[in-house]
Ligand binder design. Structure first.
Ligand code: ADP
Ligand code: MG
Length: 262
């Protein structure tokens, strides 16, 4: 059974205006899908739609075989965890408190977190090298530090599917590699299914088993990077000259690099 299944899905923010459309996508245990495509192509909308937070959608979305529109938020949250793009929560939670929120969907009604919940929070903080931030307020961390805390919260949720929206955006290269290595490990060791939107085509090729190239709200190509990374297609979608080396290393060609006089 697929963990996530989308058939002919369209979604948007205003009635009659689709930000994404014609989306067919299946995600099984052990999948690691990279979502790529230029700004505004619909990556975040697709992630939010699967997370059940885009109000208008048509087509069919099944999560663990259940119809998304009939699922309770709490059941969905036990199944799917989301690391949103660059969020600064309006309430200045303390780091451990924020990561503990990942346990809420698992707690019984009116139940306080138990020893096992505490342990899972500690493990999640360790996995993202965020233990050192305990006691600090989330709004007092740098963008990259905050991002690691949000990944820890998602891990504490212990989901079957992890959705991440450009998780390495604010990270220096050291932590970019660490985040992708962590995702690799979670995917490889536990079979955690992952969808990760990213602007880094080279990380996507290196780490993701498949990539979906989005263009104007649609999936233009889907498959291993070695198949999707076609220089002509990428150049057309991104609107810039592109060279692909070794089947997966993408180099954007500036006009200056091409020897053009600017
Ligand atoms: P990406 O993440 O690939 O940059 P998005 O999914 O954010 O793209 O955006 C897809 C389209 O939906 C864009 O045209 C964008 O302007 C629009 N859009 C995104 N978020 C909202 C929103 N909250 N309200 C209205 N339109 C939105
Ligand atoms: Mg986005």
């Amino acid at each position: 059974m697929n963990l996530v299944n989308l058939a002919e899905v369209a979604a948007g923010y205003r009635k009659g205006e689709a930000a994404i459309e014609g989306i067919d996508l299946a995600l099984a245990k052990g999948d690691f899908l990279g979502l790529i495509g230029p700004n505004g192509c619909g990556k975040s909308t697709l992630i939010r739609t699967i997370a059940g937070v885009v109000p208008q959608y048509s087509g069919e979305i099944r999560i663990g075989g259940e119809n998304l529109s009939r699922m309770k938020r709490r059941d969905l949250a036990r199944y799917i965890a989301v690391v949103p793009q660059e969020t600064i929560p309006s309430i200045a939670f303390e780091v451990r408190q924020l990561v503990m929120m990942g346990r809420y969907p698992h707690l019984g009604r009116m139940k306080a977190p138990g020893i096992e919940d505490q342990r899972l929070v500690d493990v999640a903080l360790e996995q993202t090298a965020a233990t050192q931030f305990i006691g600090r307020r989330i709004d007092e961390l740098s963008g990259g530090e905050r991002q690691r805390v949000f990944i820890a919260r998602a891990l504490a949720q212990n989901p079957q599917v992890l959705l991440l929206d450009e998780p390495t955006n604010h990270l220096d290269i050291n932590y970019q590699v660490e985040v992708f290595d962590l995702l690799y490990k979670l995917n490889h060791d536990r079979g955690l299914a992952i969808i990760c939107a990213t602007h880094d085509l080279n990380y996507a090729a290196e780490y993701c088993k498949r990539v979906a190239l989005m263009d104007k709200g649609r999936i233009r190509a889907l498959g291993p990077a070695s198949e999707v990374y076609n220089a002509e297609v990428l150049a057309e979608v991104y609107g810039v000259g592109i060279r692909v080396e070794a089947g997966q290393r993408v180099i954007p060609l500036s006009r200056r690099m091409e020897g053009e006089r600017l």
